[in-house]
Design a binder for this molecule. Structure first.
Ligand SMILES: *[C@@H]1O[C@H](CO)[C@@H](O)[C@H](O)[C@H]1NC(C)=O
Length: 193
């Protein structure tokens, strides 16, 4: 019930907290009343070449590994302005690609919530922008991945917790599928063993 009231309130304030198009404003959001700006980041390093992760995560329209199969998409894959829609644990979301770059050793996706405000669990998100960067490191033998999320949410700690746990669970599963192991510090590989 409380959530419904907040949802109604958030709809009224939607123009204040919806994400703006590409630009640094996405990373310093002005949140509507009852909403708190949040910033959450995760970094992972794995001992397999980045190509493994490019293959699994490299397309905006192939988010099976992340949010599950899409219900709909518009525009062209990996092209700014494209949107993807899905059903994440019962929440219907639409995300719009606002930044993309790709090369043989680097991939970046940046996208923003396009149908806010929406409820994930009991957390109301007015807006969010997520950036995923995948880099080839250690002379091509390993991978560095960062996720940065900036959002307006009604419950600051719960929103942070939700992002952080979801990332770890999803990346653990993906790494298991790839036979990849986490490491920190020195590059893994033959020379030092
Ligand atoms: C979204 O998923 C939930 C289960 O998590 C399901 O009950 C609901 O029918 C789905 N909605 C659509 C439109 O697919």
């Amino acid at each position: 019930m409380r959530s419904l009231i907040l949802l109604a309130a958030a709809v009224v304030f939607a123009p204040l907290c919806s994400a703006t198009p590409i630009g640094h404003k996405n990373f310093d959001p002005k949140c509507g009343e009852g909403m708190h700006p949040g910033f959450e980041t995760n970094i992972f390093q794995y001992d397999v070449p980045a190509q493994n992760f490019f293959d699994k995560t490299g397309s905006f329209f192939h988010s099976e590994w992340y949010t599950g199969p899409l219900l709909e998409s518009t525009g062209e894959d990996d092209t700014v302005g494209a949107t993807r829609s899905g059903n994440f644990s019962g929440t219907l979301f639409r995300e719009r690609l606002v930044g993309y770059s790709s090369s043989s050793d680097e991939l970046m996706h940046r996208y923003t919530l396009d149908n806010g405000p929406i409820l994930f669990g009991d957390v109301l998100f007015g807006s969010y922008t997520e950036e995923m960067v995948i880099l080839s490191i250690c002379e091509g033998t390993a991978t560095w991945i960062s996720f940065t999320d900036v959002y307006c949410a009604d419950k600051a700690a719960a929103a942070y917790n939700m992002y952080d746990r979801a990332r770890r669970v999803l990346m653990d599963k993906l790494a298991d599928d790839l036979g990849a192991m986490l490491f920190a510090g020195s590059c893994p590989g033959g020379h030092m063993e």
